[in-house]
Design a protein around this ligand. Structure first.
Ligand SMILES: Nc1ncnc2c1ncn2[C@@H]1O[C@H](COP(=O)(O)OP(=O)(O)OP(=O)(O)O)[C@@H](O)[C@H]1O
Ligand SMILES: [Mg+2]
Length: 500
């Protein structure tokens, strides 16, 4: 899992309890609102019932007014019936089932009042005023009004219980539920927080700590310290990148040590070589002088051998000095043909003696190159010398040197316009496994070689901004390809066919 995902999971775990608290708050709020609404409705119904009670009281008052001699009261009575009916309908609309029986009781009392009023009005109108007053007192005052008072008490008691007490009970239940949920949420937050902290500590802090320790060890110079990435996330990737960087550092340090070693060997070799040159020159002069003075053929042969060996040693010393103390680089514009011919000038006799066929193939209008001519001739000389060594007598062979404008795929790795020089021999070839080592200083397979020829050639070619590549097939021959950049003022002609 990536670090980003782990962090998301960790924080999500911490957010869950807050979410619970939020949901619970919304739910509790809805419950409280419903409870308050129910309370409000019940209180409103109680107010409506008070109006019913008032209307019924007024109704009985109308009867008494009639009995006490107010004739208009009888005409008012139907109005009071309407008023009582109106308030009764409002009160009973939407009445909860447990209060319906009270509504029926009240309606019954109202019906009785109307019946009593009818009888009282009738007796009174018939002139039986005492009987009317008696019925009114007995029915209204002694029977119906106490019954109504009882029903009223019951209705108000129930209203009190259901509205206020019910609301209190419901609120208590809500508060209790809230308390439980808050406790639960608190515990959940604790667990989630601990879990998230553990996850973050395990997946973030620990690998970072390991990496920091590894960095401290590597920083102190121990580049061999093993860095093992412990996770597959971004920190693991960081650890892998650090391991790669350490490996590269280790390699460059090894290379640095190697080059320092080579530099000191080179310096020592140059000092020794320099010291040997003068005694060798004296030895050669003495041997040549002695050769002129002796007549015995055997002795002359020995002296010739001494001169030849001294010359060979001189070549080796020259190599060593060139490699360890190269002269300053002086680039000039030069034609490729001139360079190749200059390099070949010293080999004419050797080519003839070894029976090697030389083929030159220069394309038309090969542009000039910008090189240090002395050094590039030296590089070509080393390559030709190796080719001749590879075509040892009596087999002979064929040495082919060609030059043409580099096409896109001509290799060399150079950018911009270039010229390619191919030196191909039909010699013994080079095994693939040693191909990468050929240009290393002091690498040689020849007993009399110093192993510096190709190292010098490569250095001189690269110094001029070029590249050197070697391809070879054992038993068929070798091609050394040199890519050189064109001298800047030359227009680059399109590649053309080659000429002998
Ligand atoms: N054309 C070639 N054919 C076959 N082998 C070659 C050729 N060119 C180079 N080599 C191999 O590459 C090795 C290194 O060549 P390099 O010129 O650096 O050294 P060297 O020729 O052995 O010694 P010297 O310092 O005298 O040139 C040679 O010893 C040889 O094995
Ligand atoms: Mg050589």
């Amino acid at each position: 899992m990536t670090l980003q995902r782990k962090l998301l999971v960790g924080f999500a775990l911490m957010v869950v309890p807050t979410l619970f608290v939020g949901v619970q708050a919304i739910r509790t709020n809805a419950l409280e609102r419903a409870t308050l609404e129910a309370l409000g409705q019940r209180l409103a119904r109680s107010r409506t019932y008070a109006d019913v009670e008032d209307a019924m009281f007024n109704q009985t008052q109308v009867i008494w007014r009639y009995l006490s001699g107010d004739p208009a009261a009888k005409r008012e009575f139907p109005l009071t019936e309407q008023v009582v009916g109106y308030w009764l309908d409002r009160w009973t609309a939407g009445l909860p089932p447990d209060e319906v029986k009270h509504a029926e009781g009240v309606r019954q009392i109202e019906a009785d009042i109307r019946a009593v009023a009818a009888r009282v009005f009738k007796l009174h109108d018939a002139g039986q005023r005492d009987a009317a007053a008696l019925i009114a007192r007995r029915e209204l005052v002694e029977r119906l009004q106490p019954t109504l008072a009882r029903v009223n008490r019951e209705i108000y008691r129930q209203a009190r219980e259901l509205s206020v007490q019910g609301a209190v009970t419901q609120m208590q239940a809500i508060v209790e539920a809230k308390r439980r949920v808050l406790w639960g949420t608190g515990l959940l937050a604790l667990v989630a927080g601990l879990l998230a902290s553990w996850l973050i500590a395990r997946d973030l802090a620990r690998p970072l700590n390991q990496l920091r320790q590894a960095m401290a060890v590597v920083g102190a110079g121990d580049l061999d310290h093993a860095i093992v990435p412990s996770s597959a996330d971004e920190i693991g990737e960081l650890a892998r990148a650090f391991a790669r960087m350490t490996e590269q550092l280790r390699q460059s340090r090894a290379q640095l040590v190697q080059s320092e070693k080579l530099a000191s060997i080179g310096q020592m070799a140059a000092a020794v070589a320099h010291g040997l040159r003068n005694p060798l020159a004296s030895l050669r002069a003495a041997a040549q002088l002695a050769r002129h003075r002796v007549d015995a053929p055997a002795a002359r042969e020995q002296l010739d051998a001494i001169v030849e060996q001294v010359d060979r040693l001189d070549v080796r010393i020259a190599h060593l000095l060139q490699f360890s103390r190269p002269a300053p680089f002086h680039p000039l514009r030069e034609s490729v043909r001139t360079l190749v011919e200059g390099a070949l000038s010293g080999f004419a006799e050797l080519l003839r003696l070894r029976g090697i066929e030389l083929v030159l193939r220069f394309a038309e209008a090969v542009p000039d190159v910008r090189v240090d001519p002395m050094r590039l001739e030296q590089a070509l000389t080393e390559i030709v010398s190796n080719a001749l060594d590879a075509m040892s007598p009596p087999a002979g062979g064929r040495l082919e040197i060609g030059a043409h404008v580099a096409t896109g795929d001509a290799g060399g790795g150079g950018s911009g316009a270039g010229v390619v020089i191919d030196i191909t021999d039909s010699g013994c070839g080079i095994p693939a496994e040693i191909l990468p080592n050929l240009c290393e200083p002091f690498f040689t397979t020849r007993s009399e070689g110093t192993g510096l020829g190709l190292a010098i050639a490569q250095r001189y070619v690269e110094e001029a901004g070029g590249r050197l590549e070697i391809t070879s097939v054992v038993g068929r021959g070798t091609t050394v390809r040199i890519w050189l950049p064109v001298a800047s003022r030359d227009p680059v002609p399109a590649p053309q066919g080659t000429l002998a």
